[in-house]
Design a protein around this ligand. Structure first.
Ligand code: AMP
Ligand code: GLY
Length: 425
């Protein structure tokens, strides 16, 4: 099987690694890939945003399966373009990708199918949005302000006071997130512990992967600004068997009912970002692709063939998938550039990756580049270091021992990834 992966971050590195370990796979292409991926796949640079270029490449190179990593190409219709040439794609259609691409569409979908989520209102006028926010605060409720469209993980402002909420509304309408902020969603502030539930889905069946938990805030103790995610672990003990049954019933099954009722072509991952509130699990957001960095914690636990699972999903045969998971918990720590999630300091030489790998950790590349033969930091999230262990405490120790061997000027990372899983016990 020849597979093509779209994307070039830690998530795609983890997907390529999983494919490489799958017995069916003979060749992997990745566009654009990165220096870590280049060790296991042939990286090609197709023009970004050109769906037909992807379809052409797949036809010319006899690709059997295209796997789409990020949300942007899905929202631009890459799955539709490749499928039109008769090639299986792991990833939902453009119409289905609106579940991530438009928060307003996504909220309406949840309401239509009874999926528990935060109360909300959508606005196209700043004045009305500000009135609503003030009324919420007057009634003693906090709010979260969200730009409707894709904003690279930056369009969500969890307001800590009325002034901050007002400022967020002003900024959205002033174009801080471009066209993504033309519609603004204002949501009820939910309180609880978060978990990520990723599942393989087609129009008939949805099969959850093992649970995980992300760490969205930059700093230890969940302080500082929101980021793309600073680390993850799997499983997430907050997701007990009983809670998983509830999530399956009230979220995943209702999602499937909606996909069927609206005739959406869904063949890929449905990722439910969940807040476990005192009133039960509620959906914070749907994503239509693998989570990053959750994937770097989840996929190393997969013992059965990733290629088989992704191909069956692409063919609409999710009901035939049997996955086998390692019982060992895994932990991944994101190592980021100085300045992240703001303006970055880039271009510093990275050392110690091979020494770290000798001790059995996996080092995924997220934002690296090669400059004059030297590996340098080139993005916000640079490396993701994953380890497993007999206990989550062991996995934490092993992951951080790996992290300690890796250096570059200005590197930053959280010291408390997965701590919550330990404290719970
Ligand atoms: P989203 O991109 O919608 O998942 O939002 C990013 C992060 O903002 C989530 O992971 C939560 O930490 C936080 N968040 C989003 N919506 C809410 C909400 N309604 N209440 C509390 N926190 C939220
Ligand atoms: N880890 C959050 C995301 O992938 O959206």
């Amino acid at each position: 099987m020849k597979v093509m992966v779209l994307g070039g971050g830690g998530r795609e590195h983890a997907i390529c690694r999983g494919l490489k370990r799958s017995p069916e796979v003979t060749k992997i292409f990745c566009s654009p890939g990165n220096p870590g991926i280049a060790k296991i796949a042939e990286c090609v640079a197709l023009p970004a945003g050109d769906m037909e270029a992807v379809a052409d490449f797949a036809v010319k190179n006899g690709i059997d399966l295209v796997v789409v990593g990020p949300e942007l190409p899905l929202c631009q219709g890459v799955a539709d373009a490749v499928r039109a040439r008769g090639i299986p794609v792991f990833g939902p259609s453009k119409a289905a990708a609106r579940l991530e691409g438009s928060k307003d569409f996504s909220k309406q979908f949840m309401v239509r199918y009874g999926i528990p989520t935060a109360a909300y209102a959508s606005f196209t006028e700043k004045g009305k949005a500000l009135d609503y926010v003030r009324a919420e605060y007057a009634a003693g409720r906090g709010v979260v302000v969200k730009a409707d469209g894709l904003a690279a993980g930056k369009g969500v402002i969890v307001a800590s006071c009325l002034a901050e909420a007002e400022k967020a509304v002003e900024e959205c309408f002033a174009g801080a997130f471009g066209a993504a902020g033309n519609v603004v969603v204002v949501e009820e502030l939910l309180v609880g512990e978060e978990a990520s539930i990723l599942a393989l889905a087609d129009g008939d069946t949805v099969i959850p992967l093992v649970s995980s938990q992300d760490h969205k805030r930059l700093l230890d103790g969940d302080r500082g600004p929101n980021t793309g995610g600073m680390g993850a672990y799997s499983p997430a003990p907050v997701v007990t068997d009983a809670l998983m049954r509830e999530i399956d019933e009230t979220i995943l099954r209702r999602f499937l009912r909606g996909v069927q009722a609206e005739k959406l072509d869904y063949r890929g991952i449905i990722y439910a970002g969940i807040m476990v509130t005192k009133d039960g699990p509620k959906v914070l957001e749907f994503n239509v692709r693998f989570g990053d960095p959750e994937t770097e914690a989840i996929l190393p636990r997969l013992e059965s063939s990733l290629a088989d699972a992704l191909m069956k999903t692409a063919l609409g045969k999710v009901s035939q998938i049997k996955m086998r998971w390692s019982p060992k918990p895994s932990v991944c720590v994101v190592m980021a550039s100085e300045g992240y999630p703001g303006p970055l300091r880039k271009g510093f030489a990275i050392t110690g990756i091979e020494e770290a790998e000798k001790d059995g950790v996996i080092v995924f590349h997220a934002g690296t580049a090669e400059k004059d033969g030297v590996l340098v930091n080139a993005g916000g999230r640079v490396l993701v270091v994953t380890a497993d262990g007999d206990t989550v405490t062991d996995a934490i120790a092993k992951a951080y021992a790996g992290v300690a061997k890796i250096r570059w000027t200005g590197v930053q990372y959280r010291r408390d990834i997965a701590r919550r899983a330990v404290n719970r016990k």
